[in-house]
Ligand binder design. Structure first.
Ligand code: 1CP
Length: 339
């Protein structure tokens, strides 16, 4: 059905002869073309809420970088907003929520997100699918319940998310109520993305790493389980950033693939995650190096993953000041690698 379905083959568990690649934050400031399109909107939120612009920047990395999948340009904070917590995005800084969750009654006031509250994402997916014209699959996404909980209780970004963790330790039953509402919202959101044409789903648990095994078992695994058991239509990838302690529990869940951050050694993780497709995990900062170093390190990574179903990616998103030519170089090495 697709001119290039390498990613779908790898997600089915095939060891593809050519290794597919896409990059987290591929639709972003690394591309001068993105920065041009970005100028057409007043601010980040208006940009995300304009389907024509979102579709335009979603397609750019497919045309310019030759990646094997597109990922819809949006943000994980669409879901908290749809539940009733509007935010603003401070330039260079990150999100700020005007109202965030401070008490149990704030949780009661939240809505379960529904199509009407995020229809602009659904339109952007439909438009992108039309323009992609089956060249490559389209990835839809959501934040994981815990990562969204973290922003919704903290009210902004944080290094420690200690306010969010305070909820888990001091108000576990209210925390579970909030996590359940977020989970139901995520399931609605993902089902609508799939109906609109998303071919793959990725769940970003970007703040897994501030927890530990026990907290992850109590407050993350049950909700991640609900999500993967509800999303049966398309393959689903989980990215538990810095969550090495959670991998044994994740292995028990029905995710087709696990995306790994750059701290994880392939030799260590391969026996832990049998029957899963692995994705990752170059350090994004590798792309600041010279071409010789990028080539050596990338080939080392590809060799280490070459015995398992695998999608090449970074261990986290591209940084805005990485040179676009280095990104192209990285992708070309992967495509030219012979297994
Ligand atoms: O205008 C800009 O360039 C602002 C930077 C930016 C971009 C490009 C933000 C603000 N969001 C996005 C798009 C985005 N966000 C995508 C697009 C698709 C792609 O990957 O190409 C995706 C998948 C996300 C997901 C996202 N948003 C995550 C999960 C992935 C990760 O990076 O860990 C998270 C944590 C966010 C929150 C967010 N949005 C933006 C910022 C600066 C942040 C981080 C805030 C913080 O420091 O906590």
């Amino acid at each position: 059905m697709y001119k290039n379905n390498l990613i779908l083959q790898a997600l089915k568990g095939d060891i593809t002869s050519q290794i597919p690649v896409w990059l987290m934050r591929q639709a972003g400031r690394v591309l001068p073309e993105y920065r041009q399109t970005r100028k057409k909107a007043k601010n980040f939120i208006e940009f995300v809420k304009t389907p024509q612009l979102a579709a335009e920047v979603t397609l750019q990395p497919v045309d310019i970088l030759n990646v094997d999948a597109a990922i819809i340009f949006s943000d994980i904070l669409v879901v908290p907003e749809a539940m009733g917590l509007p935010y603003s995005m401070a330039e260079e800084k990150g999100p700020i929520f005007q109202n965030f969750i401070r008490s149990a009654s704030d949780i009661q006031n939240l809505k379960i997100a529904h199509t009407d509250q995020y229809s602009y994402v659904i339109e952007a997916i439909q438009l992108t699918k039309k323009h992609l014209n089956n060249r490559v699959p389209l990835i839809g996404f959501s934040g994981a319940p815990w990562t969204l909980f973290a922003y919704m209780t903290e009210g902004k970004g944080s290094k420690t998310f200690s306010t969010a963790k305070k909820w888990l330790y001091s108000n576990p039953s209210e925390s579970h109520q909030l996590l359940q509402k977020i989970t139901l919202s995520i399931i609605n959101y993902l089902k609508d993305q799939i109906k609109a044409g998303a071919d793959v789903i990725q769940i970003f648990d970007s703040w897994a790493g501030v927890l530990n095994k026990s907290l992850y078992q109590q407050f993350c695994i049950p909700y991640l389980k609900q999500i993967c058991n509800e999303i049966k239509e398309v393959p689903i990838i989980l990215f538990p950033k810095d969550g090495f302690f959670a991998l044994q529990d994740i292995q028990q869940l029905n995710y087709n693939a696990v995306s790994l951050d750059w701290t994880i050694e392939p030799e260590w993780v391969i026996p832990l995650l049998p029957n899963k497709t692995l994705q990752g995990n170059a350090d994004p900062c590798l792309l600041y190096a010279n071409e010789k170093t990028i080539e050596q390190e990338t080939i080392k990574m590809l060799n280490k993953f070459s015995s398992v179903p695998y999608i090449a990616n970074l261990g986290h998103g591209l940084y805005p000041d990485i040179d676009k030519e280095k990104v192209r170089f990285f992708i070309d090495i992967i495509h030219n690698f012979k297994r």
